[in-house]
Structure formats: structure tokens, C-alpha cells
Design a protein around this ligand. Structure first.
Ligand code: ADP
Ligand code: MG
Length: 551
């Protein structure tokens, strides 16, 4: 027989374990949620696999999760009859971290974890949370393919052992030897309480000491009027691995052109700004309540990866494989319809409660901008969602392109913007002088990416979007307030053409290759000079970004 082998954890895994064990002592309950959610995932995977092919091995074993505590020996056992793991899977899944890990990544994790232990579930290191409460953990598992069973065991230190484990049925059993201060987790009452709190929506029976404790429901396919606010929030916590409430919720059903039941949530935080790298998509795809694709990359465009929730369509074939989802015509259509509806939802929310939408924009605007530059199909719709500060807005308050267009002066046929590092820098810079003087509103694009976004858009409502640093910029004459010029105290004697020409020539000589041309301009009011962009294709801020990125 094969011997029991001792193996070292991958370095990153050791760091995660170290964080889990040493800095995450509050809210230990979540380890139960993590293990139950892994059990549910394994059951979903098995259910889906059995729709794709006929499975002979252990096909009679019912799909369920059982939890038993042993008060005398202080152990807790969580079992599922899901897909199980082969030896190789056991090693990769519980010995390494699949997500590419760098030192930076884990430093950030440590920082984030100090702030909020619940974030750990977001980073896909859920299993290791068991070591918050465990002295020792044994994972006994047998794959659905009928290959031999294995036991993995560790005390959460630097190593684990792996060896054969005969006599198992399909699925996974996790036996936890509880730490001295964690004996409560062997109690039926504690476990029941935690399941009620976090795992009511697990779509398989959860049986604690012989009694089923959860309610099995696919909330998204129920009618809106029957669902309470509390149920909605509970489901969000379940599906989003969250502990707080969502910022937005969107429950939507349609029968034509496709049958869709979608329940989507926007969280209160953008996890990517915590330095955790790219988020996984957060929406699951179901067909007739069976999970087809968890964290689906196909059902929504990438820039909507911050959404959490469930999408169910009865039109999809139940036995569709994950690989064939990508180019399935129905899935592509579903994605189109959904994306349009989500954009419309945000536009309606912005209308309904502009302040709340501004909060959303501050946190998730970056994703909308990503959509603007990467998703040609939805660019025009997305433009409605954009918000920027402007010369007519209060500092910190952002307005939409529609608001700008509504306020445009007579004779003005373009939308103007100027990029800068801060509102103050832009406001007192030379580019906006003439705009202020003529009372023309101008957007302040304070995020370096904004110019790319607006350049991609090109025009809005038939009005060209123009950067104020363009050399060929001419502002509409008719908007110039005539009375203003007469009373202007700062009136100075203009240079004669001859003097201006020789001044320009002298400046060109001094600045040489660094510039292309010097010209006299009537665009300035208070400032003596400004740098403008000749080709008019890229704004100066875009050039700065490209230069910084070495292009
Ligand atoms: P995540 O669930 O985010 O992938 P976890 O740390 O919770 O991360 O689990 C790591 C991996 O271990 C899972 O992706 C899965 O492949 C495997 N795993 C964990 N628990 C089980 C289980 N009960 N049955 C089968 N596989 C499991
Ligand atoms: Mg997990």
C-alpha cells in the first residue's frame, strides 16, 4: 500500500495560514460558512457533472451535507456527497493557492484581513479559515470518478500529510479537532445558529445531528412581492460571501426574447482597490435552478465583474458544459439582454436618487470607465452613466453629460473638457480662462483615464467632445458677454503684430526642439502663455500616461 507522505505547504499558503491563525481571531464563525459553502460547491459540481455524463460510481448516494459535533472529544465533522477530490486535486487545492501570489498580494491581504476578517472569503482562501478554530484537520475524500480515497491532514503549521484512506463513499469528510477555546463548535446549537445566519440558501439539505436545518430555495425565481427585505439581504450575504448589506439590488424577470430570472447586487466596496488584483466575476449562471457556471465569465461582460448574484434561464440546455458556454448563441444573447438591463437599471437609479448614484460612481465608476474603453457594443449607453466635475459644479460634485448638454450656451456645439491632477490645478490653469470669461461650462477630467474614455466616445448626442488643450480650439463667439470686456480693469495694451512675431521667434529659438511652434493667441485672459496640443488626437494627459508606460 502507498505510504503516508509529509509535504510542505507552498510558501504563499504558509503566509495565508499565518495570517489566518495569528490575525483573524474575531468572528471565527465564518469558518463554518466557508466549509459549508465548499461542500455546496462540490455538490453543485457533482450535480452538473452527472447531467453531462452517466456516472456509475456511488450514483445512489443522496446529495446532502451532514454536520455532527462530538462534545466529548471536541470534534466537528462536516461531510458532503459532492464531487470529491483525487489525490492530485487534494494536493493542488489544499496545498497551494491557485491565484498567482506575490509578496505584495499577501501583504495587502494581511492589511485587509486586519481590517475585516470577512474579506478572507473574497480572496478564495476560504478553506484555511478552518485553522482559526482547529488544532488539527483531517480531510477524507473520494472523487466521483471512483478512484481511491485519500486523507489529507494538517495542524496548520508548515506541512501536511497525505495518505490512502480506504472505505470511503463519494464526497468529502472534514474532521476538525477543535482548539481548547473553540469547543463551542462541537455544539449542535452553535452550528444551527451559524447555518441559520449564513447558509440558509445552500441549495442542498444541511443536516445537523440528523435534522435538516436549512430552507432550500432558489430565491431569484420567486415573485418579488413574496420576498422580504431580509431574505433579499440574506441571499446577498450567501451568494456574495458578504457580511454587510448591498448598495443596490436588481431583481429582474423576463419571458421574451429569453426566459430570464436575475437577482443581482452591487456591494458596498470595490475589492480591487484593496490591492487584491483582479476580482473574479461574482454572478452564477443557473438553468432551472441547477448551477451551470459558478462565477461565470460568460454571462456578463468583464467590466461588470463587481456584480454579485444569480442568473437563471430555462432556455439553456441543462447539460451544457462550461467550455461550450463561451460561444453558445443563447448565452451570448442572454449576456446582451442582461447588460442592457443592468445599464438601464443604473441610469434609472441615477435618476431616482442622484446622491446615492454619486456614491456608487465614486466606488465603481472605474468599472464603467473600463466598459467605455473596452466594450464597444455598450459604449453609447454607458456614456449616460459617466460623471465628472465641471466649472459649473460645486467642488466634489459630479454631473452627467446630459446635464452639461442641457446647459449648453446658444451657438455652442461642442462639449469641452480639460484634464489635470486636481480641481484647483485645473481651475487656476490657463486652459479654462477663456471658458470662464465667456461663461462656457467645461468638464474637469481629474482621473488620467478620463481623456481616453472621452476620446473613445468621440461625441455625445451629436456633439463633439473636445479637449481644451487643443491648438486649434475656437470658442463660440456668440457666447462672449459683451458688457464684460468693457468693464474689464485688466485691459492692457496688446502687442503689435511685429513685436508678437519677434517674441514668438525668440521663444522658439530658446526652446528649440522641445516644442514645435510658438504662436500668438487670443485665448488667454490672465496667463502669459500655455502649452497646447497640435495634432489634436491625443490630449496632453494621454501623452503623459503613454510616456510613463514607456510607449
Ligand atoms: P474556493 O472555495 O474559493 O475555491 P477554498 O479555499 O474554500 O477556495 O477551497 C479551495 C479548493 O479546495 C476549492 O476550490 C475546491 O476545489 C477544493 N475543496 C474544498 N472543499 C472541498 C469539498 N468539500 N469537496 C471538494 N473540493 C473541495
Ligand atoms: Mg470556498
Amino acid at each position: 500500500a502507498t505510504q503516508v507522505e509529509t509535504k510542505q505547504f507552498q510558501a504563499e499558503t504558509r503566509k495565508v495560514l499565518d495570517i489566518v491563525i495569528n490575525s483573524l481571531y474575531t468572528e471565527r464563525d465564518i469558518f463554518v460558512r466557508e466549509l459549508v459553502s465548499n461542500a455546496a460547491d462540490a455538490l453543485e459540481k457533482f450535480r452538473h457533472q452527472s447531467l453531462i455524463e452517466k456516472i456509475e460510481f456511488d450514483s445512489h448516494v443522496p446529495l446532502e451535507i451532514t454536520i455532527n459535533g462530538d462534545d466529548k472529544n471536541h470534534t466537528l465533522t462536516i461531510s458532503d456527497t459532492g464531487i470529491g477530490m483525487t489525490r492530485e486535486e487534494l494536493e493542488t487545492n489544499l496545498g497551494t493557492i491557485a491565484h498567482s501570489g506575490s509578496q505584495h498580494f499577501f501583504e495587502q491581504l494581511a492589511e485587509a484581513a486586519k481590517k475585516d476578517v470577512n474579506l478572507i472569503g473574497q480572496f478564495g482562501v476560504g478553506f484555511y479559515s478552518v485553522f482559526m478554530a482547529a488544532k488539527n484537520v483531517r480531510v477524507q475524500t473520494r472523487s466521483w470518478d471512483g478512484s481511491e480515497g485519500w486523507e489529507w491532514s494538517s495542524d496548520g503549521g508548515g506541512s501536511y500529510t497525505i495518505g490512502p484512506c480506504p472505505g470511503l463513499h463519494r464526497g468529502t469528510r472534514i474532521i476538525i479537532e477543535l482548539k481548547d477555546d473553540a469547543h463551542t463548535y462541537a455544539s449542535k446549537f452553535t452550528i444551527e445558529r451559524i447555518i441559520q445566519q449564513y447558509s440558509t440558501f445552500v441549495p442542498f439539505p444541511v443536516i445537523v445531528e440528523g435534522k435538516k436545518v436549512n430552507t432550500v430555495q432558489a430565491i431569484w425565481s420567486r415573485s418579488k412581492s413574496e420576498i422580504t427585505e431580509e431574505e433579499y439581504n440574506e441571499f446577498y450575504k450567501f451568494i456574495g460571501n458578504a457580511v454587510d448589506e448591498p448598495l443596490y439590488r436588481f431583481h429582474f424577470s423576463a419571458d421574451a426574447p429569453l426566459s430570464i430570472n436575475a437577482l443581482l447586487y452591487v456591494p458596498k466596496e470595490n475589492f480591487e482597490v484593496l490591492g487584491m488584483g483582479r476580482m473574479q466575476p461574482g454572478v452564477n449562471l443557473y438553468c432551472q435552478k441547477v448551477l451551470i457556471d459558478q462565477h461565470s465569465e460568460n454571462i456578463l461582460p468583464e467590466w461588470l465583474r463587481f456584480l454579485k448574484g444569480a442568473v437563471d434561464s430555462e432556455d439553456l440546455p441543462l447539460n451544457i458544459s462550461r467550455q461550450s458556454l463561451q460561444d453558445n448563441a443563447l448565452v451570448i444573447k442572454l449576456r446582451k439582454v442582461l447588460t442592457k438591463r443592468v445599464i438601464k437599471f443604473f441610469a434609472e437609479e441615477a435618476e431616482r436618487d442622484a446622491d446615492k448614484y454619486r456614491d456608487f460612481w465614486k466606488i465603481f465608476g472605474i468599472f464603467i470607465k473600463e466598459g467605455m474603453t473596452s466594450d464597444f457594443e455598450h459604449r453609447a449607453d454607458l456614456a449616460k452613466l459617466l460623471r465628472f466635475e465641471s466649472s459649473a459644479s460645486e467642488p466634489g460634485v459630479m454631473i452627467s453629460l446630459d446635464e452639461y448638454v442641457d446647459r449648453m450656451k446658444e451657438g455652442q456645439d461642442k462639449i469641452y473638457f480639460i484634464n489635470g491632477p486636481s480641481r484647483a490645478a485645473v481651475e487656476y490653469g490657463p486652459y479654462v480662462e477663456m471658458f470662464k470669461k465667456r461663461g462656457i461650462e467645461i468638464f474637469y477630467t481629474l482621473d488620467p483615464i478620463d481623456d481616453f474614455v472621452l476620446n473613445h466616445l468621440g461625441e455625445y448626442n451629436g456633439k463633439k467632445l473636445v479637449s481644451a488643450d487643443r491648438a486649434d480650439l475656437t470658442l463660440p463667439e456668440s457666447t462672449e458677454p459683451s458688457a464684460d470686456t468693457a468693464t474689464d480693469e485688466q485691459q492692457v495694451e496688446p502687442l503689435s503684430d511685429a513685436v508678437a512675431t519677434s517674441l514668438c521667434r525668440w521663444m522658439k529659438e530658446v526652446l528649440g526642439e522641445r516644442i514645435q511652434e510658438v504662436k500668438a493667441s487670443d485665448r488667454l485672459v490672465d496667463s502669459p502663455a500655455m502649452i497646447v496640443n497640435v495634432d489634436g488626437f491625443m490630449t496632453s494627459s494621454m501623452e503623459r500616461i503613454l510616456k510613463a508606460s514607456g510607449q
